[in-house]
Design a protein around this ligand. Structure first.
Ligand code: MN
Length: 228
């Protein structure tokens, strides 16, 4: 096969305990999946239908590290999230079989240009430039299910400059991982390599240039990054 330009290199996540890599296909993200965060964003914490937005694979930054502070925002927010990596795809996946699709889990940050998102919300415009900009999705090393089991009850936290800003438990997710996969698979055919950001607990807030961000989910590999 010959291409008129060089095809993009796959974006790959590291895997704990392995030299092999996980190639990223797409990243889906659930909005408002923790009641306390839904309330802080002015939403209704009741179990409304889940909604999804996306980040392109090119926005994923494996292992965090030094990230460029994005252009066009004065209010970059952190949202620490459990990220699910899919090994086996399909459509109309039943809830009961949905966890069989999971390769493993990682901690990630859904970086958000909150100011642009507010404008988009008010105008009824898409969120893409608020959520899917370059380097908007740092994700730590993946831990395979065979090592960590399914992550359903685990402390999740994010600190900025050593001060804890977000602290919760993934058991507070309104739509659980299996339910979210099943729901998404009725909207699109899920494919191997897809990722899902599963929502953030309360405490989202701004990150300034140069600040160090540390995030953890119990049982998974922590991730550090710095916006420079
Ligand atoms: Mn989010």
């Amino acid at each position: 096969m010959r291409f008129v330009i060089s095809p993009a290199e796959p974006v790959c996540l590291k895997i704990a305990g392995s030299e092999d890599l996980f190639p990223v296909n797409r990243a889906f993200c659930i909005g408002r999946n923790y009641a306390d965060h839904a309330i802080e964003m002015g939403g209704n914490p009741d179990r409304e239908e889940p909604f999804f937005f996306m980040k392109p694979a090119s926005a994923i930054i494996p292992s965090g590290g030094r990230l460029p502070y994005p252009s066009a925002t004065e209010n970059l927010h952190h949202e620490v999230e459990l990220v699910v990596a899919i090994a086996r795809g399909g459509g109309d996946i039943p809830v009961e079989g949905a966890l069989d699709c999971v390769f493993g889990y990682a901690v990630g940050i859904d970086l958000t240009r909150r100011d642009l998102q507010e404008v988009a919300k008010k105008a009824g415009r898409p969120w893409d430039m608020a959520k899917g900009f370059d380097a908007s999705g740092p994700i730590g090393t993946l831990t395979p299910v065979a090592t960590c089991g399914h992550v359903a009850d685990a402390a999740i936290s994010l600190s900025v400059g050593g001060a804890v800003r977000q602290s919760g438990n993934v058991n507070q997710m309104i739509w659980k991982t299996a339910e979210a996969i099943a729901y998404l698979s009725r909207l699109v055919e899920i494919r191997p390599g897809d990722l899902m950001f599963t929502g953030t607990p309360a405490g989202v807030g701004p990150i300034a240039r140069g600040e160090r961000v540390h995030c953890e989910i119990a049982g998974l590999v922590p991730m550090d990054c710095q916006l420079v």
